[in-house]
Design a protein around this ligand. Sequence first.
Ligand SMILES: NC(=O)c1ccc[n+]([C@@H]2O[C@H](COP(=O)([O-])OP(=O)(O)OC[C@H]3O[C@@H](n4cnc5c(N)ncnc54)[C@H](O)[C@@H]3O)[C@@H](O)[C@H]2O)c1
Length: 335
Amino acid sequence: MKKKIFITGVAGFLGSHLADRMIGEGHHVIGCDSLIGGYLDNVPPEVEFYQYDCNYLNSMKKITKEVDIVYHCAATAYEGLSVFSPYIVTKNVFQITASVLSASISNGIKRFVFTSSMARYGKNKVPFEESMAPKPEDPYGIAKYSSELLIENLCGTHGMEYVIAVPHNIIGPRQKYDDPYRNVASIMINMMLQGKQPIIYGDGRQKRCFSFVNDCIQCMEKLAFQKNVAGEVINIGPDEEFITINELAERIAKLLDFKLKPRYFSDRPQEVKLATCSADKARKLIGYKTEYNLDKGLKEMIDWIKQRGPKPFKYHIDLEIINNKTPVTWKEKLF
Ligand SMILES: NC(=O)c1ccc[n+]([C@@H]2O[C@H](COP(=O)([O-])OP(=O)(O)OC[C@H]3O[C@@H](n4cnc5c(N)ncnc54)[C@H](O)[C@@H]3O)[C@@H](O)[C@H]2O)c1
């Protein structure tokens, strides 16, 4: 049956792809975005779009009337920056969740799907499994995990179904690539296309697993409709191709035929060295399968960025704490 679906952060990377998928399935999609991030032209034209800040509870109450399912994707998803701009990041992670959640419950929404982050796992041993006790290491991870606790608590009290998705290191077209604070692969592509050497923090031996957005969206869709996922926390993303940031730079340089000589800067405080998630639960519950390997995903991103054209970086979020721990790349705008 066709549903009314509300997506927060619909001008963002994940939210806009999710909207496309839901529209393709014939659902009516309502979306909002404050445009603190994302791109307005990411929003599919069929979306009933409102430029609203999720912090405004009354707007959220109005917009969620008669909605069946809420995907709460909006966030200032800045893990590294959250150490230096904790107020803005936690406000647009935790506080907006309280607002969207309160509106959803008051309007009797059936299911609330929340996009958390692997930052919830912090310094746990890899691969991160959903059964591990969260140990977030930075304000972003703390705000995401606090949001999860709030969701669990309020949904338990008021009887709304919820699912916690834990996507990780997603890549693909529509990701913001002129943002100096996040999205390492997009940043590297944008820099190399401008003939600039990429910036790497620490020794570049931090390891991550990147997931292509299409693989992720397939799973996200099931979280709204499948019975067996209600109340679950589920990692969304591959557990193959666990690579270092140095290797990521090499792969991109090879695809762009770029002569690579990265610029290395000090480690960022609280950056987790090894981060990858087990996909066992996703495979079991929602049939997760990786269809895009890293090179195929990177090629699609490169084509999209080339087509839009490389862009100068915009330092659109202020640093709240500037001291000797603040990365010089941000203080001195080196991207
Ligand atoms: N991309 C990833 O690798 C990844 C990994 C783990 C978790 N996530 C989570 O998935 C969600 C989507 O991530 P994304 O990569 O698409 O990020 P994104 O920055 O592309 O999209 C987020 C959108 O939320 C909007 N937004 C922020 N604060 C808002 C507010 N107060 N009101 C309304 N809109 C607001 C931004 O303008 C932006 O368009 C986020 O919650 C993020 O934490 C993403």
